[in-house]
Write a protein that binds this ligand. Sequence first.
Ligand code: OSB
Ligand code: MG
Length: 370
Amino acid sequence: MYIEQIEIRHLELPLVHPFETSFGREEVRQTILVAVRSEGLTGWGEAATSAGPWYEYETVGTCWHVLREFLAPGVVGQEVSAPEDAARLMAPVRGHNIAKMGLEAAVWDLLGQARGQSVAQLLGGTRPRVAVGVSIGVQPSVAALLERIGGFWAEGYSRIKIKIRPGWDVEVVRRVRERFPDAPLMVDANSAYRLADADHLAELDEYGLTMIEQPLAYDDLVDHAELQRRLRTPVCLDESVPSLAAARAALALGSGRIINIKPGRVGGLTVAKAIHDLCLEAGIAVWCGGMLETGVGRAHNVAVASLPGYTLPGDISGSARYFHEDIVEPPFVANEDGTMTVPSGPGIGVEVLMDRVEAATVRGEIEIGD
Ligand code: OSB
Ligand code: MG
């Protein structure tokens, strides 16, 4: 298909609850939607970035710049016959993975629509429903956290993840465990600790956590390997695995026992699948993380999570957990058994509601092929 047009839009959507982590607090979601047009069809993708370079270096500003100046010009006016073609066209740009995900995902949606196949089918997904959990930010008090967990647990989510940071860790986990003795529970530190904190982190071992996500520096693999040797709790890598090469290094070093493969962080569905294949082969468990996506990015994440190696519940929660109104119809809803149904219609399998997209757009630009 000849890519006739690419449109990028910067959206602002207020979050239902502020999201607080070891790196900061977000009240309004800043994200970028990418639309690619060909033969009367529009494919949608999301570059689920954020306002500042705290989770990783990209921001709404860098994603805009790189999409506008480099990625869109490299893809518009080109023929794509397989989704991987988009990844190949963008390969000359180093890094900027979240920006790449936005455009690559839009091409997957476009080609899925053209072929009458869902993105999950195109990828080789095997599960009609995927297990989903919820990621809960730092709360003003433990009582508030317990209440929030109780609400989500009652909705049926398959596991609970809480954000931790120094001063909000072992004692909080102890109290959560006391109240929810049987809940699959994990923690995410977003790089808030150093190897010198290993003894402190080992205190978490007695609470039966399914994993501790990204305890150490965002660019470290060596210290994570040493930490894993000192913990019974499995270490899960998030920030430290931005590419297939990093995943190979992590496996070689034993930097963790689990990888959170977020398509956005690794630069698209093609790389996400490659890392998944590597981990499946190596017997490393994986799951699909999230970055507070709108329904567009969520649809792609759900499709990726249907791959056979994604055996652990993902950070893929219902639309209402994030937004007052999602920008897709139907919105995503977790089933009572803690799963989410993978849309089976062509492409992302949900309809993008243009009136809501328009209302949330603060900036838009169109690139036209010659
Ligand atoms: O570290 O997994 C993370 C959100 C934004 C950036 C990084 C992370 C997160 C989450 C939320 O934990 C997951 C979600 O519900 O989308
Ligand atoms: Mg994380």
